[in-house]
Design a binder for this molecule. Structure first.
Ligand SMILES: Cc1cc2nc3c(=O)[nH]c(=O)nc-3n(C[C@H](O)[C@H](O)[C@H](O)COP(=O)(O)O)c2cc1C
Length: 201
């Protein structure tokens, strides 16, 4: 059934409302990827934007998630907004953003996380094991002294801007009214239009 509603617009509205209500998850999504051995991996990620029908993330290409995302070319992303009782699950394609777009969003990254990205670029990949905490803090001091806590640190080449472009979105919503059951809607892109169908809740 053709949908009158663009599900991404619907989620943007829910996200705005969640932000207004002080929902701690309004800027977060959960990204699931699979490794070469087919093991699943999921983690929370900052959701920088929901724009042009896509989720925009910044991903450090030294992290295992980068290899997992780019080699399997499949993912599932999930937004959960407890304040408005909504969950949205996304899968589809992904595209690398131009560097200038990644640079624009990078300005929003807190300085300490920017320094962490520098650490991944200069010293050790993100999620590396065999971690020496003392050495880590020495390296961080080196980064701080070298870059003088400049809030305008340049985007390292290892940080990639990524658009997750869904071709399928599943929304779960709960009105929390009396005996009303949650609603589940599945949206699939067909002939460049979103088609909507109900799912058993
Ligand atoms: C709310 C929240 C937001 C996070 N945002 C990011 C993020 O934007 N980028 C990132 O690399 N890690 C982020 N993390 C840490 C990741 O969940 C994860 O621990 C890290 O990226 C390593 O994941 P990997 O080993 O699967 O690559 C966030 C964690 C939380 C709890």
């Amino acid at each position: 059934m053709r949908s009158q509603v663009n599900p991404v617009e619907k989620i943007i509205e829910a996200k705005k409302l969640a932000n207004h209500k002080g929902d701690p998850l309004h800027g977060t999504c959960f990204l699931a990827t699979t490794q070469y051995d087919k093991s699943p991996h999921v983690r929370a990620m900052q959701l920088y934007d929901l724009v042009d029908g896509a989720l925009f993330l910044l991903i450090n290409d030294t992290s295992p998630k980068w290899e997992q995302l780019t080699s399997s070319a499949s993912y599932e992303a999930l937004i959960y907004l407890p304040s408005v009782s909504m969950q949205a699950r996304f899968c589809g394609a992904f595209f690398m953003a131009e560097k200038r777009i990644a640079e624009k969003y990078w300005t929003q990254v807190p300085l300490r996380f920017k320094k962490l990205d520098y650490f991944h670029s200069m010293f050790l990949d993100q999620s590396s094991k065999q971690f020496d905490e003392k050495k880590f803090y020495e390296n961080m001091i080196f980064i701080t002294e070298t870059y003088k806590d400049n809030p305008n640190l340049a985007l390292p080449d290892h940080v990639k801007g990524v658009y997750l472009v869904p071709t399928e979105i599943e929304i779960w919503m709960d009105t929390k009214k009396g005996d009303e059951m949650p609603i589940r809607l599945l949206y699939i892109v067909k002939d460049n239009e979103w088609q909507e169908q109900l799912l058993v809740p």
